[in-house]
Write a protein that binds this ligand. Structure first.
Ligand code: AMP
Ligand code: ZN
Length: 113
């Protein structure tokens, strides 16, 4: 399968990896939209939140915990941060492998564009 984030998750395409374990990998976004902008992706290929199955649920709980740990490690807890997962065309998802954006280090607007 020709999936960029599968390639990164399995070490076949380089990225600035900041965390890796049995279930997920985290790396800096190549086009950062905030002073801190990294992505957390499950190693298992899931196209988006819309495709999550029963069997994926434990891994996703783990992914959320890793997000909290990494955000804290990056010093984001004091002022907060945003977690985003784009699904499909209207949200402008560009990589069809489930990923969570973690954005921090600046104040953000709501609603998003
Ligand atoms: P989305 O638009 O929600 O699908 O987000 C995809 C994200 O992946 C964008 O923020 C891109 O900047 C990022 N991205 C694309 N290619 C790479 C790469 N090779 N390494 C790191 N981040 C990437
Ligand atoms: Zn994939």
């Amino acid at each position: 399968m020709d999936c960029l984030f599968c390639e990164i998750a399995h070490g076949r395409v380089p990225a600035e990896i900041i965390h890796e374990d049995e279930y997920c990998v985290a790396f800096n976004d190549i086009n950062p939209q905030a002073p801190v902008h990294f992505l957390v992706v499950p190693k298992h290929h899931i196209p988006s939140i819309a495709d999550i199955t029963e069997a994926d649920q434990r891994i996703l709980g783990h992914v959320l915990k890793i997000i909290a740990i990494l955000a804290n490690d990056k010093g984001l807890n004091e002022n907060g941060y945003r977690v985003v997962s784009n699904v499909g065309r209207n949200a402008q998802q560009t990589v069809p492998h489930l990923h969570f954006h973690i954005l921090g280090g600046r104040s953000m607007n709501w609603p998003p564009g």
